[in-house]
Design a protein around this ligand. Structure first.
Ligand SMILES: O=c1ccn([C@H]2C[C@H](O)[C@@H](CO)O2)c(=O)[nH]1
Ligand SMILES: [Zn+2]
Length: 133
């Protein structure tokens, strides 16, 4: 876990946040043991901004890892940072279950995807034909 937190903290420094000025860093561990990092990347068209968590997850998937185990997320928040709904859904898609939320003071909260996103919509909920099964 500490390796993930350290990687997330380092990735946070690369955040591109001219609008919010709120830097977030994330690091994901794949089944292979490899670590993928991410930061938030904003845009003048605000809605196109990408969270640190999804940057890290999309890097992992684009390098061939689809089974992910753990994520650490860090930001300068009063308590441990809490991921947005979009990122929770993307974490669920790729099986991330061990979730470490941190802030810059080292406050840590460990949680699971079931706690963060109960009753979630998942791949197995629809058939390839599009009809309810
Ligand atoms: O868990 C979070 C919460 C927010 N953000 C980003 C989105 C935006 O760039 C900025 C402010 O919401 O922080 C993340 O990257 N991860
Ligand atoms: Zn998010």
């Amino acid at each position: 876990m500490e390796d993930l937190a350290a990687a997330a903290l380092k990735a946070r420094e690369h955040a591109y946040v001219p609008y919010s000025k709120f830097k977030v860093g994330a690091a994901v561990k794949g089944k292979s043991g490899k670590i993928y990092t991410g930061c938030n990347i904003e845009n003048a068209s605000y809605g196109l901004s990408n969270c640190a968590e999804r940057t890290a997850i999309f890097k992992a998937v684009s390098e061939g890892e689809q089974e992910l185990l753990a994520i650490a997320i860090v930001a300068d928040t009063a308590g441990p940072v809490s991921p947005c709904g979009a990122c929770r859904q993307v974490m669920a898609e790729f099986g991330i279950n061990e979730i470490s939320l941190l802030n810059m003071d080292g406050d840590l909260r460990t949680t699971t995807i079931d706690e963060l996103l109960p009753f979630s919509f998942a791949r197995g909920d629809f058939s390839e034909d599009g009809d309810k099964i």
